[in-house]
Design a protein around this ligand. Sequence first.
Ligand code: TRP
Length: 331
Amino acid sequence: MEKKRILTGDRPTGRLHIGHYFGSLKTRVKMQDNPEYDPFILIADVQALTDNFNNPEKVRKNVREVAIDYLSVGIDPKKTTIYIQSMIPETAELTIYYSNFVTVARLERNPTVKTELAQKKDVFGDNITYGFLGYPVSQAADITTFEGELVPVGEDQLPLIEQCREIVRKFNNIYGETLKEPVAVLSNLSRIKGLDGNEKMGKSLGNALYLSDEYDVMKQKVMNAKTDPARIKKDDPGHPEGCMGSYYHNLFSSKEECENVCKECKMGLTGCFHSQKHLIENINKELEPIREKRHYYGEHPEEVKEILMNGVEKARKLQKNIRKSKKKQWC
Ligand code: TRP
């Protein structure tokens, strides 16, 4: 039976947070244990440069941080190939061919690109670079160079997968059936709210709880997370709907505990402090083993490097084989 290739990745622009964890990392860990899949994860350093071209050191440093995050949450290099995007230069070559199948207007309309541009006024002002506008094309090359069929990502990435599918269809139309059309795989929690109540947790939004946050930092963040503004005194009846404490309880605590917390809050029986204390314990139960592994890999950089180099080697071999099998059809 031929295994289905999973292809996904992250930009190394910062450490990963619990939005990544619930949105995609947990799905990746689960999928790697399924013998029907052959998972590949890329650390997208070339893509990270498109909006950090003026800060290459940041990207370089975070390649390692993201690799450590992967290993710490349980991505197992024996089951999942982790590689660095820039070390497969053929992807850049393919990007050039693909760029003929995408109009500038289509890229400008891409909702993910639009949202990011609005957040990155400090980098681009009103003048977007050719490189950033074109990153969805290079992402299509990332996926198709390895014949990625399933792409587990957060919801914000859907327009990029759709763009990739369009490129594949156009390519196949003109050059004959050559490329596989990938499908996005969303976890049922593909978007996680920020500590401030924002619809999205994001490093650039400053509202993230990082997998690498030490206990005290995590505790402080949870204590300062948005709660019900109408609840001033402990026995005021609360509204858990708008409270981040209650929202994160749903992620980290048992169903029974969540129901209790909610009930007691609504009746004004227990204060936020009490509920936050339990939440902090539950978060810690989940994050402590991850933090411990992070410390281990932080102290063993050679081990991380070896894992990445082995991943690159595997990825290169596969890329060469796929390329060979399609040679006649390629331009
Ligand atoms: N765009 C993704 C991010 O912002 C990173 C990425 C690059 C990616 N290439 C990919 C994701 C291919 C999935 C598939 O983090």
